[in-house]
Design a protein around this ligand. Structure first.
Ligand SMILES: [Zn+2]
Length: 253
């Protein structure tokens, strides 16, 4: 199974659409199901118009996922990540039991972390995981990931699962076997492979064939949902152009 996994935290841009197309082409080429998985854990940035935008962009691309929500109402009712919260909570408990040496509690603020890095006490301080207001992190010091994604978060200070945790659990839950994602997510793939191992899942890179594609640039700058794009009609590109880019991504070795 292949997935399209947008986050409804802004209007999608042409780069997101090209990623959708790449996954749709991948599913078609390999005869796999295509799952629409909308990652809505970040409810603070969620807006109904962003959710609707996902369906509008898919319709414009003429992509029809074979599994997943049919519309926003179906999504909220049956497919929201909130519905899978018990799976994430169970995975966090499993990590804490299976990997007590790697999971640690960290009360540090963003400012503190930026100032001092994380070379100080938290990973070794063994602060109780049940203390109020601590994030749960993975000690990455013995991994190659440490340079790029040091001690990434698996449970936020508000007790909710992080993106890395939820994505790892969801990919396993839905049986994802191939995935095209932006090369900016290479470190995420490494973090998720580590979590997958710690959770005792079969090795991530043996289960899922990842294809990291370049990011679409706008005059040399990375596209972002915050750059004021207000929906598919203002991108100034055609559906055919989007698919041409996506086709190139999935055929370039
Ligand atoms: Zn800390």
């Amino acid at each position: 199974m292949v997935r399209i996994a947008p986050t409804p935290s802004g209007y999608l841009h042409a780069g997101n659409a090209a990623n959708f197309a790449a996954n749709a082409l991948l599913a078609e080429r390999e005869g796999l199901d295509l799952l629409l998985r909308i990652d809505d854990l970040d409810r603070a940035r969620f807006r109904p118009e962003y959710l609707q935008d996902v369906f509008d962009v898919l319709a414009w691309l003429k992509i029809a996922p074979t599994i997943g929500p049919k519309d926003p109402v179906d999504f909220e009712r049956n497919w929201s990540q909130e519905r899978r919260m018990p799976l994430y909570v169970a995975a966090l408990e499993s990590l804490r039991t299976r990997a007590p040496a790697q999971v640690f509690a960290c009360p540090c603020s963003r400012a503190q972390l930026a100032e001092e890095g994380h070379a100080f006490a938290c990973p070794d301080a063994r602060i109780p995981l049940d203390r109020e207001g601590v994030a749960w992190r993975i000690d990455t010091r013995k991994t190659e990931l440490h340079e790029r994604m040091p001690d990434f978060v698996i449970r936020k200070k508000n007790g909710r699962p992080s993106y890395q945790l939820a994505c790892t659990v969801d990919d396993r839950h839905f049986g994802i076997t191939a995935c095209a994602r932006g090369e900016d997510l290479r470190d995420s793939t490494a973090a998720q492979a580590l979590l997958s191992d710690l959770l005792g899942y079969p090795p991530l890179r043996e289960r899922v064939r990842f294809l990291h594609h370049p990011l679409l640039l706008n005059k040399g700058e990375k596209l972002s949902k915050r750059q004021g794009a207000t929906g598919v009609r203002e991108w100034g590109v055609s559906r055919e152009e989007i698919f041409a880019i996506a086709r190139e991504w999935i055929t370039t070795p």
